[in-house]
Write a new protein. Structure first.
Length: 155
């Protein structure tokens, strides 16, 4: 009996929690533009073979839960998401003409068992940020994931 498994295709399950902010943490992500922004980012993800599973944030930053496609790197996905969504949002009126994303981002891996917890966290973003600043939240994630950082580069 032949028990060898032949892999005819590539299977991946790469779930990533992305966090990034607007340039200078400008409060430009309005409630009116937010759903359309996330839908647009979902389209960018699909074009790369990735899937945007959830998104939320606050006026100055966003959280994305993405199932990363098997042919794109984290850096290439972030380049496309940030570049293309920034270009798109600038077409949405005078208030967004100077819109830019901050250069950096966090890309944090999660397991399938954490998806519901992350979605719950995303759902409470507006309430959460009444008490916790983006900077403090971001530092908490860096600590939780044991990522070394220099506070001079967080502003």
């Amino acid at each position: 009996m032949d028990y060898a498994v032949r892999m005819a295709t590539t299977y991946t399950a790469l779930l990533i929690h992305f966090i990034f902010s607007t340039k200078d943490r400008d409060a430009l992500i309005t409630r009116e533009i937010e759903p359309e922004l996330y839908a647009y980012i979902g389209g960018i993800c699909r074009s790369t073979g990735s899937v945007l599973l959830d998104a939320n944030g606050n006026v100055d930053h966003i959280h994305l839960l993405v199932s990363l496609g098997k042919t794109i790197s984290v850096a290439d996905l972030m380049l496309q998401v940030k570049r293309d969504s920034s270009s798109w949002i600038k077409t949405k009126g005078a208030a967004f003409e100077a819109f830019k994303w901050q250069d950096g981002y966090a890309a944090l891996t999660i397991g399938q068992s954490q998806v519901d917890m992350i979605r719950g966290y995303f759902a409470k973003q507006k309430e959460h940020h009444k008490a916790v600043s983006f900077r403090d939240e971001f530092i908490e994630f860096l600590h939780r994931y044991q990522i070394p950082f220099d506070e001079r580069y967080l502003d």
